[in-house]
Design a protein. Structure first.
Length: 482
């Protein structure tokens, strides 16, 4: 039986916040004009699809914990949040069929950019429009929506620097706007509604993300504190894995507890003139946020990337090495290169990896082991709490010299000199490789000089020899294409 209340449904996906949630804000504004209207939020967990996308268990748990917390926070604003458990995207249609028959007059949704997500949304949009439901699509994943930053010829930028220049000019023109917290004028009891839907209540997670707070105010406080107290040191500290030099906000941006708009707005408020200085910590962090948007624009313009295609098509001809044992040694952090191993241990143990180390480990897999970058990309997604397809794919293709703005194929990170430069005292290595804890700062970066220490493992490859193989491998493809 349909309810007598007109329901404005907000389908939450990767926008799990109350502040600066345009979909919630628009729904509440429209519902306020009708005394018989109410806002109801909806979240549908789809673990089988998540697994097919290699979403890390720790990220799935963070999402589930955040949704439960959001139920409490939204209830305080007079808005019920229905959290349902499906298996895959294909199960979502049944829920919207049921809602359309029970008083839903409008749906509000933030766009997602990936291919399967767009296909799911297209099916549901058509289904609801045929049922007479108004569907409102909101594009707020980026500050500058994909397609809005183009070359003079009307094309998507393939190189970051001119994209960034154009992006910053647009920011100066239009500024950044954040929406206030939404509030419903009519308190609606969604219990009966939930009982009449095709899917059960969302299951609890495994608590693997317990160390990550999920209260929105705490996340906002952490972001504010970073912009006030630590962003000034970001340019120097962000490359040193032993220090707490990064923002620590990537996981919250990935699932939308924070928006990029909020980060930039707070940065402008706190940094002031420092934001205009090219090498300041504030401008460097802003640049990282722009990189994130650049990769989303690239994904929308080149949807084939989601099908594991290299951005530079000629590199599809590279003959990567089939070496399961070497790949497993890399995954397990047993390469014999201490910083690479410590980084992989950090990923495996915590679900997060320092950005400088993401570049070093990716370079090692591709340029030292000649193993296909797509295997590393998938492994990272299966472990990272902050895994996002566009940024992960963009980073891996950069390291593999197959993507936009890619590192030239002849630029190959030396894992030992990278270690000496960015973990000079070996503090980060000691944290994750106990077998090397007693070595001096000089010995720890290459512990095999005399004999490999007990409890550690020999190097699985000689970097200098590996470099020659990689250069030859790329040169062969370049020559063939010429």
């Amino acid at each position: 039986m349909p309810t007598s209340t007109a329901l404005h449904i907000v389908w939450l996906r990767n926008d799990l916040r109350l502040f600066d949630n345009a979909a919630l804000h628009q729904a509440a504004a429209n519902a306020a004009s009708d005394p018989d209207s109410a806002v109801v939020a909806l979240f549908i967990a789809t673990p089988l699809t998540w697994q097919a996308h290699h979403m890390a268990d720790i990220k799935q748990d963070l999402i589930r914990r955040r949704v439960r917390q959001m139920q409490v926070e939204l209830a305080e604003q007079g808005i019920a949040l229905l959290a349902l458990e499906a298996s895959s995207y294909s199960d979502c249609s049944a829920v919207f069929r049921d809602l359309a028959g029970q008083g839903m007059t409008a749906l509000y949704v933030q766009r997602e950019y990936e291919l399967r997500e767009q296909q799911r949304d297209s099916v549901i949009s058509q289904q609801l429009q045929e049922a007479g439901v108004t569907v409102n699509w909101i594009d707020r994943q980026c500050i500058m929506a994909p397609g809005s930053i183009l070359t003079q010829g009307g094309d998507t930028y393939k190189v970051f620097t001119p994209f960034k220049r154009n992006w910053l000019a647009r920011l100066h023109e239009q500024g950044v706007r954040c929406y206030p917290k939404a509030k419903s004028t009519l308190l609606f009891d969604a219990t009966k509604l939930a009982n009449n839907l095709a899917l059960p209540e969302m299951a609890a997670g495994d608590d693997s993300s317990a160390k990550w707070p999920v209260a929105e105010q705490q996340v906002l406080d952490n972001m504010r504190q970073f912009c006030q107290q630590r962003v000034a040191d970001y340019q120097q500290a962000r490359d040193l894995p032993a220090q707490d030099g990064t923002s620590g906000l990537s996981a919250y941006l990935a699932i939308g507890v924070l928006s990029a708009h909020q980060c930039v707005s707070r940065l402008q408020m706190e940094a002031g003139v420092e934001l205009e200085q090219e090498k300041s910590g504030a401008s460097v962090w802003l640049s990282e946020l722009i990189w994130r948007e650049f990769y989303k624009h690239i994904l929308v313009a080149y949807p084939e990337l989601i099908k594991h295609k290299p951005f530079q098509q000629d590199t599809a001809a590279i003959r990567w090495r089939d070496a399961p044992k070497l790949f497993k040694a890399w995954c397990d952090g047993k390469t014999g290169y201490p910083l690479v191993d410590a980084a992989m241990c950090q990923l495996n143990q915590t679900g997060w990896m320092h950005n400088r180390l993401r570049m070093i480990t990716a370079s090692f897999l591709v340029k030292d082991l000649q193993i296909d970058w797509r295997l590393g990309e998938q492994y990272f997604m299966s472990k990272l709490i902050d895994g996002e397809f566009s940024a992960n794919n963009g980073g891996w293709q950069w390291a593999a010299s197959t993507g936009t703005d890619a590192a030239p194929y002849f630029r190959i990170f030396n894992p030992v000199t990278q270690s000496e430069r960015f973990d000079a005292n070996g503090d980060f290595i000691r944290r994750y490789i106990p077998a090397l804890a007693n070595l001096t700062a000089k010995e720890i970066h290459w512990p095999h000089k005399k004999s490999t220490p007990e409890g550690y493992w020999p190097a699985i490859v000689d970097h200098n020899e590996a470099r020659k193989l990689t250069l030859a491998m790329f040169a062969e493809v370049k020559k063939a294409n010429e």
